[in-house]
Design a protein around this ligand. Structure first.
Ligand SMILES: [Zn+2]
Length: 129
């Protein structure tokens, strides 16, 4: 595990603000919301495998959206009371970095919408997941 100073040194300002300070990037500004390439999304903090392009869909929200993670073990969920309505926060299970939130208004069959910040992800094109 890294100290906050070490995180600051190895992440960009935006990555640090989101992963470590639970920030949210502005809609339609991230690098991946409109990414339609096939590949795998890794945690920008620690490289943990998080999402596959196969589970990505266009939610028109301006954030990368997925129906499911590659493995439930690679993420952690936590209730977040930052706004009045509780939301379920999604974190990386390895480094504890904040990724985004999961909502229950996604497409079938999971009906889940993992709404993830681009800055919390690193995309690698192609390959097996
Ligand atoms: Zn991580």
């Amino acid at each position: 595990m890294k100290t906050e100073k070490e995180w600051k040194d190895c992440l960009s300002e935006e990555e640090y603000r989101i992963l470590r300070k639970k920030g949210t990037e502005a809609a339609f500004t991230g690098k991946y919301y409109n990414n339609k390439k096939k590949g795998t999304y890794f945690c920008a903090g620690c490289g943990n495998k998080l999402f596959s392009s196969e589970a990505k869909f266009d939610s028109e929200t301006g954030w990368p959206s997925f129906t499911k993670p590659i493995s439930e073990e690679n993420i952690k969920k936590k209730l977040d009371f930052k706004i009045i309505i509780p939301r379920t926060e999604v974190l990386c299970s390895r480094c504890g970095g904040h990724l985004g939130h999961v909502f229950s208004d996604g497409p079938k069959p999971t009906k889940k919408r993992f709404c993830i910040n681009s800055a919390a992800l690193k995309f690698k094109e192609g390959g097996k997941r």
